[in-house]
Design a protein around this ligand. Structure first.
Ligand code: PGA
Length: 251
């Protein structure tokens, strides 16, 4: 019912030449055609070359961010329409690194989600708690606050294109993958929040991804959880082989 999805988030890594090599290597190992969605989020400068080399494959493209207004005088920004025009089907929004280093608030992320939906992009909304918040028993409060504010005012149609990525901040880039029970607990909470807040039928189709130090050892047990529908992979997506190993071992 929910088609599994694996997203590779390259963050601020990979030049044009290494991006091209990555795609060539991945398509050499496999044509990636199957029953899951495979998505790669290169830096803006590599989107065009990745698109060109992925041509004919089923792998989809994502942007890592977009501007909070539709167009105009915003030096250095990239709009939702530009991402769509460049060949992206998805955009990652609300990543904790953007919340931390670019001071992105839930309100700003909400604006970006509207713009993404207007442009026909599927949104992958990232949410997650810090270690301090987890240790003081506030995980569910944080998740609920982020979901409520980021998704405020969205119509059923707009929510249809939404996936949610649970990414505990303490697990990102640290090698500390959250254990499958911890992940299922939070994903179950997200699913029931969705049921209560956006309706039963939408909650059944909304995909919930886990992200945070995923590798091919940890991915099968994570994907085996009933409410884990996909993975958002950072570091381990930078090499085509380790990215593919995750796909192969989990599905
Ligand atoms: P990581 O990053 O896999 O390197 O922990 C995941 C993410 O930030 O999306």
């Amino acid at each position: 019912m929910r088609r599994p999805i694996v997203v590779g988030n390259w963050k601020m890594n990979m030049l044009i030449s290494s991006s091209r090599k990555w795609v060539e290597e991945l398509l050499n190992i496999s044509d990636c055609a199957g029953t899951i969605d495979i998505v790669v989020a290169p830096p803006f400068t590599s989107i065009s070359v990745v698109r060109q080399y992925l041509k004919g494959s089923k792998v989809l493209l994502a942007g890592q961010n977009l501007a909070s207004i539709a167009e105009g005088a915003q030096t250095g920004e990239i709009s939702a329409n530009m991402l769509k025009d460049a060949g992206c089907d998805y955009v990652i929004l609300g990543h904790s690194e953007r919340r931390q280093y670019q001071q992105e608030s839930d309100g700003l992320i909400n604006k970006k989600i509207f713009l993404a939906c207007q442009s026909g992009l599927n949104v992958i909304l990232c949410i997650g708690e810090s270690m301090g918040e987890r240790n003081s028993g506030k995980t569910n409060d944080v998740i609920e606050r982020q979901l409520t504010a980021c998704l405020e005012g969205l119509s059923e149609d707009q929510l249809n294109s939404l996936s949610i990525a649970y990414e505990p901040i303490w697990a990102i880039g640290t090698g500390n993958t959250a254990n499958p029970n911890q992940v299922q607990d939070v994903h179950g909470f997200i699913r029931s929040w969705c049921e209560k807040s956006i309706g039963k039928s939408l909650s059944r189709v909304t995909r919930i991804l886990y992200g945070g130090s995923v590798n091919s050892q940890s991915s099968p047990a994570l994907m085996a959880q009933p409410d884990v529908d996909g993975l958002l992979v950072g570091g381990a997506s930078l090499r085509s082989k380790s990215f593919y190993d995750i796909i192969k071992s989990s599905f």
